[in-house]
Design a protein around this ligand. Structure first.
Ligand code: NAD
Ligand code: IPM
Ligand code: MN
Length: 357
């Protein structure tokens, strides 16, 4: 039998609510698999900061880095909370984890499940994955402010794109596409961001030579948002930089029927560091503590984690259970726990045994 060590970071707001359901599903999915979980919980986020002043200590980072994987809910307080002004939880915790653990692939799949109330009247057969670069771009914090607070202030935020960093994520996107519908769409803004755009374009063209069966397409990011709404079924694998990928995947979540459905994996494909699975959404302070959050995104993130560990049967069982649950959703709202319980209930002995045959 195999033991997987897991760091669980429930975080703030709705984070603990959705993670409770995700953990139930994970335990149930593994119940007959011979895999044992060894879970360590980390209290991190705005809550911990307000209590102790810590954002992410070296000890915490070291302990987390020694695990096989990380499951994270969401971190961060209400945008603009003055008590968190100096903390910058997003940079100091979430991005620090992604950067330190070299999560260069931020994998964000989107499907419009049958029966889901998508805001698109006729979405078509939507099944694409955004491969968002996770360690570079405008996220690196390469900037500064000159004469801050004066009317002569100059605030610079420089996007960093390395040949090494772009190549490895582009290669991952092509490998992904090869195993799917053989189509890669590069999304950038090469008409304006000419230096980074040129590097991304040249890299895609070069890697494409090694994947002759993969079709390559290019869209400027503004046009990509049009097609994501008017014709999302055209996409298979989208590869893009850290910031464009952030924006596109919230949009993708919205068209799929809500941000509460959007899952993600921050992957280090080399296996050198633990990958981290988390819903795309944040801590949603507006609905926190009310059992109003949809835990589906967190649960689907568990499915991505199972897949990452090669537990394909268990991953499929979870996605099937989610799909069946979504198909029967009605207008009457359920609590976070009710949705989690309904999905667990669909993971019957039979469903789990069927998938692992
Ligand atoms: P958000 O995703 O938390 O919320 C946006 C809207 O979506 C809100 O109306 C919220 O109620 C709704 N929503 C989000 N998740 C939902 C769910 N599971 N079910 C139903 N509705 C849901 O984004 P925000 O308001 O911009 O950010 C709130 C805080 O979260 C900020 O501090 C932000 O920095 C942080 N954040 C953290 C992460 C993360 O930890 N990965 C991601 C995004 C934002
Ligand atoms: C996300 C979030 C984060 C990001 C923030 C909270 C740093 O929006 O996971 O999409 O921009 O990557
Ligand atoms: Mn985001």
């Amino acid at each position: 039998s195999r033991t997987l060590s897991l760091a669980v970071i429930p975080g703030d707001g709705i984070g603990p609510e959705v993670i409770a359901e995700a953990e139930k599903v994970l335990e149930r999915a593994l119940s007959a698999s011979g895999v044992t979980l060894d879970t360590q919980r980390f209290s991190l986020g705005a809550g911990r900061y307000l209590e102790t002043g810590d954002v992410l200590t070296d000890d915490d980072l070291e302990a987390i880095a020694s695990k096989d994987a990380i499951l994270l809910g969401a971190v961060g307080g209400a945008p603009g909370d003055p008590r968190l002004k100096d903390a910058n939880i997003e940079r100091g915790l979430l991005l620090k984890l992604r950067f330190s653990l070299d999560h260069y692939v931020n994998l964000r799949p989107t499907r419009v499940y049958p029966g889901v109330p998508s805001p698109l009247r006729d979405a078509g057969d939507v099944d694409f994955v955004v491969v968002r670069e996770g360690t570079e771009g405008p996220y690196v914090g390469n900037g500064g402010s000159i004469r801050p607070g004066t009317e002569h202030e100059i605030a610079n935020e420089v996007s960093v794109n390395t040949a090494y960093g772009v190549e490895r994520v582009v290669r991952f996107a092509f490998e992904k596409a090869q195993a799917r519908r053989q189509r890669v769409t590069l999304v950038h803004k090469t008409n304006v961001l000419v230096f980074a755009g040129s590097l991304w374009k040249r890299t895609v063209d070069a890697v494409a030579e090694e994947f002759p069966e993969v079709d390559v397409d290019y869209l400027h990011v503004d046009a990509a948002t049009i097609f994501m709404v008017t014709d999302p079924a055209r996409f298979d694998v989208i590869v893009t930089d850290n910031l464009f990928g952030d924006i596109l995947t919230d949009l993708a979540g919205a068209i799929s029927g809500g941000i509460g459905l959007a899952a993600s994996g921050n992957i280090n494909p080399t296996g050198r560091f633990p990958s981290m699975f988390e819903p795309v959404h944040g801590s949603a302070p507006d609905i926190a503590g009310q059992q109003k959050a949809d835990p589906t995104a967190a649960i689907l993130s568990v499915a991505l984690m199972l897949d990452h560990f090669g537990l394909a049967a268990q991953a499929t069982a979870v996605t099937d259970a989610v799909e069946a649950d979504i198909a029967e959703r009605t207008a009457s709202p359920r609590t976070t726990t009710e949705i989690g319980d309904a999905i667990v209930a669909r993971l019957t002995d039979e469903a789990l045994a069927l998938e692992s045959r």
